[in-house]
Structure formats: structure tokens, C-alpha cells
Design a protein around this ligand. Sequence first.
Ligand code: SF4
Ligand code: SF4
Length: 201
Amino acid sequence: MCGNCVRVCSELQGNNILGLIGRGFETTVGAGFETKIDYSACVSCGNCVSVCPVGAIMPKSKEKFRRWEIEKVRTTCSYCGVGCQIDLLVKDDKVVGIDAADGPSNEGLLCVKGKFGFDFINHPDRLKKPLIRKKGELVESTWEEAYDLIASKIKETKKRHGVETIAGFASARCSNEENYLFQKLFRAGIGTNNVDHCARL
Ligand code: SF4
Ligand code: SF4
């Protein structure tokens, strides 16, 4: 009943989903007009979760960890150009959660992607080996073979058609640091400024 969640939602996030419902001892926190939050305009940003000091509001995806077991790694969310600062919560070399950090563009707030978009990292379906298309089929290969193929195709294209015919398209699923290296590779290594990012839309 501290009201932090109500205030962050209305005054900082600007969605006005949560309110104090009822009066006196019957008062609870809930979605306006006692509707179910699933049917409200909640955008699942999780900022109410972040500011709750007692764990009364928890993420559905909460992994089992204690705060003293984790190491925090500060980085920049790469899902869009706002550049929110985040702390990856790392336990046993795995990202198990994300905290909003107090960055100049986000001041402790995040959207749903920055707050919850990390479960792909340890997902069993994630591709961990490169695939090369051979006779129309994607075939698993080694990194050495894949890198050799990429390098030879880039060199061949550059020679035959010029460097301006080459473009690199980076991924929001890479870390900010990996995307930085990617643009360096294209600008300084390959020699083209044709580099873009899927989150720029
Ligand atoms: S998740 Fe975001 S929009 Fe939804 S109730 Fe919490 S602060 Fe408001
Ligand atoms: S948390 Fe949301 S708004 Fe912030 S950089 Fe990531 S995608 Fe953009």
C-alpha cells in the first residue's frame, strides 16, 4: 500500500493503469475500475515491479535467485535508439534478470523489451552453430568454414561490384558492445558506411 507502483505507472510511465481501489482496511492496489489487468492498457513495462520494495508485485518470469547470489553487469539496451542503461543480473554465468539503471535517457525506467527481453539468451532453441545453405538445404557447419565463406564472398563482391554494394545489418539481440564491434568491422574493416540495425525500424 505504499503507492509506489501507482505513482510510477501514472506519473512516470504515463499509463495510469494502477490505482488504490476501495477505502480503509479494504483498500487494495489494482487496475482501474477493478478490471482485470489483462484487459487494461498495461504495456507490461514492469516499472511497477521494479519500484515495489516488498515483492508484492513480481514478474511472471521470475527465476529463482537471491540478490546476494548475483553479479550486476552494466550495459546499454540495444533494442532501440533510446539507449536505456540496464544492469544484467548474472548468476552462474547466466543472465537471470534485468534491472533498470539510472541512465541519462531512462532515469531508472525501462520498456517491456529492455526489462523482460532476455530469455532468448539461454533458450534451448537458440542457434549455436552456423548454418550454410548447400543445394537449397541449411547444413550445420563449423565457425571456420562459415567465416571463410563470408570473407571470400565479401572480398569477391567488393572486387567485382565495389564496396558500396555491401551492407551490414546488425541485431538487437546482440549486446551493445557486439553491435559496436559490428559497425567497426563494416566501417573500418570492410570500408562501407552501409550499416544498420534491425531495431531502427
Ligand atoms: S507494467 Fe507498466 S503499464 Fe503495466 S501496470 Fe506496471 S507500470 Fe503500469
Ligand atoms: S528499454 Fe525499451 S526504450 Fe529503452 S532502449 Fe530498450 S527498447 Fe528502447
